[in-house]
Design a protein around this ligand. Structure first.
Ligand SMILES: Cc1ncc(COP(=O)(O)O)c(C=O)c1O
Length: 406
């Protein structure tokens, strides 16, 4: 009798949850689990601002800028209310001719495209490299025309963009280069933190990132004029004498957010190391499964691993969406980043000419094959094992699972 029970248990444990088996994790695994500073650590600083009433325009947002600049090794880092606001203001600071074209990858988050649009610029979408998931410099070069004024590189999921090639193209063709570094805290290019490349790099500190302010952004630059523009631009365009110089906005960071980010900064390096170790463990185990590929990170670089993205090839036996659904049944939350890609979104469709799909084959491939798995700054080995085990057993039953979806 016990033997039969054992057999039943082991047989059941080989059935994916999507086909009626029990989910593998003992408790659900969310896609992100923000690692926040402890409330006790925040308490003294919060008490202080509650007592003195300086909940905004105080010293903490300035201190955050200084500490981040020191961490990144840049001359300036200006705290703003979000990466999106930072991108809009940083692009505004470039003073690009209205209606000129900015080169942007289509495989990215929508905010990468919003910065140019808010500045009355046009977007020229370019393809990414299928392996690095970053913009392909050859496609950038081909896309440059007489109306091109700037290039926006994105460090996708924290994987540094081809910075040196993009800078060389920008220099040769007389174009401005800016980086959407939303995912970039914790990343290194040739051992150097991101932040000092291009004219400016714009980071996000929302809760899916390694450095968290709840909401917030940083514009890092070595250019004093860009820094000056950002300081005034985040304050409506008011340099302090109530005389508005240009159409800025309220993009200030509150003191509550700045305090959280200052404490989060202390854990940034260990978060990046932890995520990189988690990636190694994921890769070691998932490499055994046919049809799973990983984002390629250059030997000399380090990704922040803001997201751990895999590519689900035909050989796996299921589509990216079928794997997503099967993992959901296992109570494991994943994300399809990015779908739809930018050139298909209503806000940006006006920039997608005929033939755009043929021009962006890798973007379309990744849209339908890339899947981001759970990744946390404090992810446990056991949790990685559970995700891998779930994927293994889904793959082992791929035909039956595929039939369930047909
Ligand atoms: C690539 C990219 N750019 C910009 C942003 C916008 O950041 P925020 O939410 O801080 O405005 C995000 C958000 O995650 C992003 O993924």
């Amino acid at each position: 009798m016990p033997i039969k029970n054992n057999m039943t248990t082991s047989m059941l444990s080989s059935i994916p949850a999507v086909l009626g088996g029990a989910p593998i994790p003992d408790s659900p695994l969310p896609f992100v689990r923000p690692l926040l500073p402890s409330l006790e650590d925040l308490h003294p600083s919060y008490s202080e601002i509650f007592q003195n009433g300086m909940v905004t325009t105080g010293s903490n947002a300035e201190k955050l800028g200084e500490e981040v600049a020191r961490h990144l090794g840049t001359d300036f880092a200006i705290a703003v209310s979000s990466c999106t606001a930072g991108l809009i203001l940083a692009i505004q600071s470039l003073n690009l001719p209205k209606g000129s074209e900015v080169i942007v990858p289509s495989f990215t988050f929508m905010a990468s495209g919003l910065g140019p649009v808010w500045n009355g610029l046009r977007i020229r979408f370019v393809d990414v490299d299928c392996e690095t998931m970053n913009v392909d410099p050859r496609r950038v070069e081909e896309a440059i025309g007489s109306n091109t004024s700037a290039i926006i590189g994105v460090h996708q999921f924290g994987n540094p963009a081809p910075i040196d090639s993009l800078q060389a193209i920008a220099d040769r063709r007389g174009l401005a280069l800016l980086f959407d570094a939303a995912h970039g805290f914790g990343s290194l290019h040739r051992g150097r933190p991101l932040g000092g490349f291009g004219r400016a790099e714009v980071f996000s500190m929302s809760p899916t990132k390694l450095l968290i302010a709840a909401e917030g952004g940083i514009v890092a630059t070595n250019d004093p004029e860009t820094a000056y523009h950002l300081r005034i631009g985040r304050n409506y365009g008011n340099p302090g004498d109530y005389e508005c110089l240009f159409s800025g906005m309220n993009a200030r960071m509150s003191e509550l957010h700045a305090i959280m980010a200052l404490h989060s900064l202390e854990g940034l390096e260990s978060a990046a190391l932890h995520r990189n170790r988690a990636r190694d463990k994921y890769v070691e185990r998932l490499s055994e499964i046919p049809g799973i590929r990983f984002q390629k990170i250059a030997e000399e670089d380090r990704s922040s691993l803001k997201d751990f993205s895999i590519v689900v090839d035909e050989e796996f036996g299921l589509t990216q969406r079928q794997l997503e659904e099967s993992l959901k049944a296992e109570t494991i939350q994943t994300r399809v980043y990015y779908c739809p890609v930018l050139h298909k979104m209503q806000a940006f469709r006006c920039f997608a000419e005929n033939g755009m799909d043929e021009w962006l084959p890798n973007t379309l491939y990744l849209e339908s094959h890339a899947l981001s798995l759970p990744m946390y700054s404090n992810m446990q080995d056991r949790e990685i094992d559970q995700v891998c085990e779930a994927i293994e057993r889904i793959h082992a039953n791929a035909s039956a699972v595929a039939a369930r979806f047909s």
